[in-house]
Design a protein around this ligand. Structure first.
Ligand code: COS
Length: 387
């Protein structure tokens, strides 16, 4: 399908596909096995200038937006959803700086992020604050020119590897949803350490870790936006990052579909390749149709955000829900096309199925996304009735 990408966007897509094929595909199984952080791949992505694509030119970026970021994530995810997450999670950690950073904060961090010299992380989730994002308990209490942070963030992608971390913490525990703030915390700040590293079902080519704050003093100049804006920073960030999850899911699904088609042309049963059986053809046709629909919605969500549209929560959540449900279905069917071989670790599709699952869970479960979609529909309907 022609998505009428510009020449620059096509170039970014081709470059990401080249890195995915030459650098990531050969080591995807290794990182899946070892769960090490793929710093060598981060270096390759930086050398290919792929961290620059969604950063404005005045901070050494290439001036693209969410669509360019999504194109990269999709291509990388075709080869490995886990390694692609290391890139996507850094984008997630960068978005708050792009949206809410002061000029000084942008100048301090964006050129280094664009160069891939440092990576970022976003720390919202805690043991008892997952879907209930307003339930965070980590505190950042003002003390002179600083905040003193105490608390633990859980399941943080790029945790322990990222240099710059956007941390959502309570600056005024009495004010509920308006009592949290977003604070940039650098790795190496005294009192900022790392806890448990998770042993995961999928996306094992990425690191997921606890961030632990114990009397961690951070200058007030590290506050993003204003005090009390933490929940808003988180919500606006997720509005822009969810198409990235959609792109990851889309890439995993597209990668699995390619493998399933190729395998169906090789595997001979009853004296014929299995691609000649209608039962398999119908499966492949449905998989391809779902992947294309996920791509159309993901690109449209990204384009809507890049066009500067104000209310993007609904389309962003729709893309995330649809693409991640597609990834789960398509990778499950890819395993089915491979039959018994698909279930074995020697073949790549079981990993894709494991990698797909998380896309229905993180950056807001698909149940939360459906709630966001429905609430926005109701709001629109109320507005239309009032007119
Ligand atoms: N943009 C701007 N403002 C937003 C917003 C958005 N996308 N979403 C909510 N808000 C505002 C609301 O308008 C409301 O403001 P007012 O009090 O002025 O009306 C305020 O924020 C609180 O919103 P709400 O009452 O809807 O908050 P809830 O606590 O009910 O939570 C959901 C809403 C469920 C949408 C939110 O908690 C969420 O997104 N949860 C999932 C979090 C998540 O993705 N976690 C994964 C880990 S992060 S990687």
């Amino acid at each position: 399908m022609n998505y009428f990408l510009t020449d620059d966007q096509k170039m970014i897509q081709e470059l990401a596909a080249k890195v995915a094929k030459e650098k990531i595909a050969p080591v995807a199984a290794h990182y899946d096995e070892t769960e090490e952080f793929p710093w060598d791949i981060v270096k390759s992505l930086a050398q290919a200038d792929l961290y620059r694509v969604f950063i404005p030119t005045e901070y050494d970026g290439l001036g693209g937006g969410v669509l360019e970021m999504a194109l990269v994530v999709e291509e990388l995810s075709k080869a490995c959803g886990g390694i692609a997450l290391c890139y996507a999670a850094s984008a997630l950690g960068t978005i708050p700086i792009l949206l809410f950073g002061s000029e000084e904060q942008k100048k301090k961090y964006l050129p280094r992020l664009a160069a891939g010299e440092i990576i970022a992380a976003f720390a919202l989730t805690e043991a008892n604050a997952g879907s209930d994002a307003a339930g965070v308990k980590t505190k950042a209490i003002a003390d002179g020119d600083s905040y003193i942070l105490n608390g633990t963030k859980q399941w943080i992608s790029n945790g322990g590897e990222a240099f710059i971390n956007t941390v959502i913490a309570l600056t005024d525990p009495t004010r509920g949803v308006r009592g949290s703030s977003a604070i940039l915390v650098e790795k190496g700040t005294p009192g900022f350490g790392f806890g448990k590293k998770e042993n995961k079902m999928g996306i094992r080519g990425s690191t997921t870790r606890e961030l632990v704050f114990q009397d961690c003093r951070v200058p007030k100049t590290q506050l993003l936006g204003k005090e009390g804006m933490g929940f808003m920073v988180a919500m606006k960030t997720l509005d822009q990052s969810r198409p990235g999850v959609a792109a990851q899911a889309l890439g995993i699904a597209a990668g699995a579909l390619d493998k399933a088609v190729a395998y169906s042309r090789e595997r001979v049963q009853f004296g014929k390749t299995i691609s000649s059986f209608q039962g398999v053809q119908f499966m492949l046709a449905d998989m391809a149709t779902q992947v294309e629909a996920a791509r159309a919605l993901t690109y449209q969500a990204a384009r809507t955000i890049d066009a500067g549209e104000k209310d993007v929560s609904k389309i962003s959540s729709m893309a995330k829900v649809f693409a991640s449900d597609t990834a789960m279905r398509v990778t499950t069917d890819a395993v089915q096309v491979f039959g018994g071989y698909g279930y074995m670790k020697e073949y790549p599709v079981e990993k894709m199925m494991r990698d797909a699952k998380i896309t229905q869970i993180y950056e807001g479960t698909n149940q939360i996304q459906r709630e966001v979609i429905a609430l926005n529909m109701i709001k629109e309907s109320v507005r239309a009735t009032k007119k």
